[in-house]
Design a protein around this ligand. Structure first.
Ligand SMILES: Cc1cc2nc3c(=O)[nH]c(=O)nc-3n(C[C@H](O)[C@H](O)[C@H](O)COP(=O)(O)OP(=O)(O)OC[C@H]3O[C@@H](n4cnc5c(N)ncnc54)[C@H](O)[C@@H]3O)c2cc1C
Length: 371
């Protein structure tokens, strides 16, 4: 079997992961992206970037995320400058009964979760003023700085994206053979859509309806502080971690998928988040806002990742096209990229990815033999 040529659309964390997974296997690859690497417009650039397999997971999704955490660690040992900047996650954004249920279930699945009492929490987190009665602690959870992780993966893959906007996929019968851009046609044996919230529009060009339900998330970055918080904290009304440069990265409640509001209301929300954290933590210096961002989460309809070949409602598969679209893309990236690339090269389905296949909706007219 000859090795296929690969064209990756998107240079966020998912596209960069595929680039690295391809390079490791000696696959020749090109990458196109409408936005420059690490521009503020991607979900990746606006992510809290907690790598975890925590709560709210069915067993299939847990398996994917847990495998990905382990692969992240392996990649960190081989990719220069791919590093975790926080390690160990605390969660107490639910009542004690739910925490116990979550811990028992995930422990049974092999997740190294510990339940800590108030005393044990205070001993590990002397900076915490609001000590909860119970928290789940997972020592293997971590965070990366997403922009740095993208840079490190692309450098290790020895690739840089060309900045091109893709207008449409090119298809001949049920085989995608390339894409049309503002710079003309690019062809490849396999086109990988790591295009985040741009995916529905691209799939529409080949008659595939792919619904997404993106939501917004506000993150506030403070000015740098002396290092005092090595862990990730998820409380009921805030989550916070300290970045590699000493800044606090603060978000609101995870469960609240709120509306964006205007600039003024975002500013008010940002200030109140910072005030909340200042109240909850003993910080070494007063907190000052450096910036805040409103990111768009990449959420396929149904909430779970969509990974693999598209199957049309009549059962026909589109070849030459591989989709990788998901929320929690930072956590999932390593397993998705590694198993996805293996599926493309061997033709053998990955058991880990099988529960997350995309299926085309019915809506858009089917177009054959055109781009
Ligand atoms: C506020 C917030 C907090 C989050 N926190 C976490 C977290 O703690 N842990 C976690 O695991 N996940 C988290 N996520 C989710 C995670 O950040 C995303 O799932 C992930 O970044 C998606 O990466 P991506 O590469 O698929 O998409 P993106 O980063 O959005 O990249 C998409 C790429 O596709 C390109 N593109 C799109 N359309 C086209 C086109 N037509 N032509 C050419 N290029 C195109 C863009 O230019 C871009 O390069 C969070 C997200 C948000 C918004």
């Amino acid at each position: 079997m000859t090795t296929p040529s690969v064209l990756i659309i998107g240079s966020g964390i998912v596209g960069s992961g595929f680039a690295y997974a391809a390079a490791r296997r000696g696959v020749s690859m090109q990458m196109l992206s409408s936005l420059p690497v690490n521009s503020g417009g991607t979900a990746t650039a606006n992510s809290w970037a907690w790598i975890n397999a925590n709560t709210d997971n069915d067993k299939n999704y847990f398996d994917l995320r847990h495998a990905s955490m382990q692969l992240w660690r392996r990649w960190m040992q081989t990719v220069p400058d791919l590093v975790a900047t926080s390690a160990g996650g605390f969660v107490w954004d639910m009542d004690s009964e739910m925490l116990r249920t979550f811990a028992a279930c995930h422990k049974g699945w092999g997740y190294p979760v510990e339940l800590l009492s108030a005393d044990a929490i205070a001993a590990k987190l002397p900076c915490l003023r609001d000590v909860p009665p119970l928290a789940a602690y997972v020592p293997t959870e971590m965070a990366v700085e997403p922009d740095d992780a993208v840079k490190a993966l692309l450098a290790a893959a020895a690739t840089q994206p060309e900045q091109r906007h893709v207008h449409s996929l090119m298809i001949d019968r049920d085989r995608v053979y390339g894409v049309m851009t503002d710079n003309g046609l690019y062809t490849a044996d396999e086109v990988i859509l790591a295009s985040g919230n741009g995916t529905s529009k691209l799939l529409e060009s080949v008659g595939v309806s792919f619904e997404m339900t993106p939501t917004t998330g506000l993150l506030v970055t403070t000015k740098p502080l002396p290092k005092f918080l090595p862990y990730l904290l998820t409380a009921p009304d805030y989550h916070v971690r300290q970045t590699g440069t000493g800044q606090l990265l603060i978000g609101g409640t995870f469960k609240h998928y709120g509306a964006s509001g205007d600039g003024k209301s975002q500013q008010v929300a940002a200030a109140s988040l910072v005030a909340r954290v200042e109240c909850a933590l003993q910080c070494p210096t007063p907190l000052e806002i450096a910036s805040f961002s409103l990111g768009w989460r990449v959420i396929p309809k149904g909430g779970r990742p969509k990974i693999g070949r598209i199957r049309r409602p009549d059962g026909d598969e589109i070849s030459g096209l591989y989709v990788a679209v998901m929320h929690s893309g930072i956590s999932n990236m390593a397993a998705v990229a590694d198993h996805g690339m293996a599926e493309m090269l061997t033709g053998l389905p990955s058991q880990l990815l099988a529960p997350f296949r995309p299926v085309s909706g019915t809506a858009v007219a089917r177009r054959k033999g055109i781009g």
